[in-house]
Design a binder for this molecule. Structure first.
Ligand code: SF4
Length: 425
């Protein structure tokens, strides 16, 4: 190890791959390291690079290995600490990449490992608040980890284990700290947050308690269809700080493929659920995940997915091309769809998603939205609305990061809306 960054005694860098839970876990690890006197620097200046990996697909594994090799090639010749889901399911393959790689699947232990590599002495300080340099004005708050759904394409239940919930009082006290630090939006995050339990308290009770901390805006990450129940919809409808946005993964519009995926609902049930949710929560906006090219998917199944997506009308769709993940039952299924066909079906879904996004932005032209400003100044101020739309804001003063502004939507750049600042919210 050599050439430490000037002025940084314990320079560390993070590379985070995969889901929102990984992002929030990286923020927690970074907070712990900042509390011990480490400094966050660019990868090229770091003495230790922490890579928080994902293993949701074969592609994710390749990206993780590439990130490790890239980190090893940095001029500061860092030690590379690898954690996350790939580190949990295949530690040997990562360890073999280089002697400068340390594998630590337990994220709670990563800060200790880094501290011992850097010879940072002394106990960690009080858990640093996840705010300030390097963090978002929108804070993600992890309430749950793990999943026992065992969708046939997914390795996550093997990598993260069964659902484990953070104690309700710990979630609330972290939310209180974030509110007092000036955070405008909290996103309750987990692998399968609908499985949240603390005694009798379920997700709806937790939302009520977090909202009572006075947070201006409260959002849920992804909620699986079976957990979009009346308790949840009721608390969303009655709590003004909870945004009218739900991300509900569909995955396929074909009942046959949903069954093969181990998803426990039909296309009709999904449609009914979303209609019911929209009828209960005024102005509710729905985003989703859809997968193209699952084994056995015919062109008719792909058409069913497109048709169902169009009927439901999502304001945003994350489209994934199926890729085999060794260790999952789907990877052993017959009927692999040729890669070019997977790509073509994914592209058709993306085009539909893009069109629906554009239509949605057009439909709110002239309306006002409250925008949380996340970055930029002058002509390039951007932020996110309650309904999860990115907006490029003009007419706003500089230095507004973390503030809520009232913005009138007056333009459409496809994925991003344009709007003029009318007033502070
Ligand atoms: S719900 Fe399915 S896709 Fe999501 S983490 Fe659990 S097993 Fe994976």
């Amino acid at each position: 190890m050599n050439d430490l960054a000037a002025g940084a005694s314990f320079p560390v860098a993070f590379r985070t791959l995969g889901c929102k839970v990984n992002r929030v876990e990286s923020e927690d690890m970074a907070s712990d390291l900042l509390g011990r006197g480490c400094e966050l620097v660019p990868e090229g200046d770091a003495a230790v690079i922490i890579i928080n990996t994902c293993t949701v697909t074969g592609d994710a594994d390749r990206k993780a290995r590439k990130a490790v090799r890239h980190a090893l090639g940095q001029p500061s010749a860092p030690v590379v600490v690898v954690t996350g889901c790939l580190a949990a399911v295949d530690p040997k393959a990562i360890r073999e990449i280089s002697e400068r790689v340390v594998v630590e699947p337990d994220k709670e232990r990563v800060a200790d490992v880094v501290a011992s590599v850097l010879k940072v002495s002394g106990a960690p300080h009080e858990h640093a608040i996840r705010q300030g340099r390097g963090f978002r004005t929108r804070a993600m708050l992890k309430i749950e980890d793990g999943c026992d759904n065992f969708c046939t394409y997914c390795i996550v239940p093997y990598a993260r284990g069964v659902p484990k919930s953070v104690a309700l009082e710990d979630v609330v006290s972290e939310a209180e700290r974030l509110v007092s630090a000036g955070t405008a939006e909290i996103v309750l995050t987990g692998i399968n947050i609908g499985r949240y339990r603390d005694g009798d308290a379920r997700l709806s009770a937790l939302i009520r308690e977090v909202a009572a901390t006075g947070i201006a805006r409260l959002r849920l990450s992804s909620v699986e269809p079976p957990h979009v129940d009346d308790d949840l919809l009721d608390v969303m409808a009655r709590t003004p700080s909870v945004v009218a946005h739900l991300h509900v993964p569909l995955q396929s519009g074909s009942d046959r493929i949903l069954r093969a995926m181990g998803r426990h609902y039909s296309g009709r049930e999904f449609e009914f659920l979303i209609a019911h949710a929209r009828g209960t929560v005024p102005g509710l906006v729905i985003t989703t995940d859809v997968m193209a090219g699952f084994p056995g998917e015919t062109s008719n199944d792909a058409r069913d997915s497109l048709a169902l997506c169009e009927r439901v009308g999502f304001s945003k769709m994350h489209v994934f091309r199926y890729s085999e993940r060794p260790g999952t039952s789907a990877a052993k299924m017959a009927g692999a769809v040729p890669p070019a066909e997977r790509a073509a079906r994914a592209e058709a879904l993306r085009i539909l998603g893009h069109t629906m996004r554009e239509n949605y932005i057009d439909s709110i032209h002239g309306q006002e939205r409250i925008v949380l400003i996340e970055r930029g100044s002058g002509a390039s101020v951007t932020g996110t609305t309650e309904d999860y739309l990115r907006v490029q804001v003009h007419g706003a003063d500089s230095g507004q990061e973390g503030r809520l502004l009232t913005v009138r939507i007056d333009g459409n750049d496809g994925e991003v809306a344009r709007g003029v600042c009318v007033a502070p919210a």
